[in-house]
Design a binder for this molecule. Sequence first.
Ligand code: ZN
Length: 438
Amino acid sequence: MVFIRKVAKTVFLSFLISFNYAFSSVVAADDPMDSISLLNNAMELESYLSSPARNSLLEILDHSESGILWHEYEVSPDENLTTVFINEGLMQADLNLLMNIPQSAGWISQPGEIDILRYQLSNDNRVIKLEITTVSGEVLSFSKVTQAGGDTFTVTVDDKKKPLETVRIGGVIKHSFYASAKVAGLSPSAMSEFANIFQWQLDFSRDIHRGDRFEILLEKVSGDQLADDTRILAAQIYQQRRTLTAIRYNDGRYYTLEGKLLGRTFLRLPLKEEYPVSSGFDLSRQHPIIGQIREHKGTDWAVPVGSPVITTADGIVVESVVGHPTAGNYIEIQHGRRYITRYLHLSQLKVKAGQQVRRGEVIGLSGNSGLSTGPHLHYEVYVDGRPVDAMRAKLRTNRALGGSELSGFMQVSSRYLNMLRNEEALVDATVNVPSEAS
Ligand SMILES: [Zn+2]
């Protein structure tokens, strides 16, 4: 305690010193991005995160040599490629490259053409592969080719439906999920997908124990190896106290047995009451104090000092910092592997780094700390290290299937469960699963 108080005092002193410094050296007032090195690419994200979330992320990434994570985005009928790029915070430069391809020109502006979009990113957040499933079921695969004259994308179209087969893979975890899954024959990309599906329920570095069992139902092209183009239809993890289940429905998303959308859901506002936005997300804003163009990577609400600030999704507190020269007292929370939220200029912090928080939980009180023009809350959302407009981004909100959708889902899920639990129910190929040598 004494130590903490001492540290706090030192931080406060250096805060006063750097406050003056900050003013004289023209640091963006309410935007700490200039002074806190933050998340411009995946590499930075890796070195930046210090929580258990980071460990599990690294464990999976380290082991998935060829299995770069596929990000999947379900496109709504009013969206086109441009809006998807904005929502996912993808680079305009890559969109421009895609625009150069005649085959993709239509979808860039035309809404309602794309059903599902999947993409892989390089370490510096550039799109390296893109897979578009059109509403008519055609699959277009774009791959980036790097050459002397500049990067381009090549495209292959696959409209022939290849025969698929279902495969069941399972095992008991001996040392780590990775080792046991590898023995069971799971490909690196399927491992990433599996970790992705359960990322909101499980911290793979902490919550997986010796003796836990996993069963996975995969769909792959008939006759092909268990390679990267497999898709997880259903998955279960049996733990001592609980069983987690994920079932893929025909919207490409995973649900619990009860038909509830798996994973993180976000609240739109980090406040209990609605307040007018005093300064919106704007990457070309003229700064109120310094008068220069400074990005505003968050949303501001002018709220009275002491207003409860809530976390918008389940997660782990990565930072709970007192007296940062520009950000003031602030909190940063990691939500699963892809999302980070930040809450700035607080008067009181109610959570500590490493602590787990639930959506809607009060994490602090709003204030006017740091370099701030008046009492307000500044809130930021990052997707894969890129700032997004929290008021406009398509963040998942609560969703549960109902009515005829639910009964359709129930049929699918009981069929999958049957296959997961009973090998003979697999009429197609079944991979013989060796048990891991001890
Ligand atoms: Zn702000």
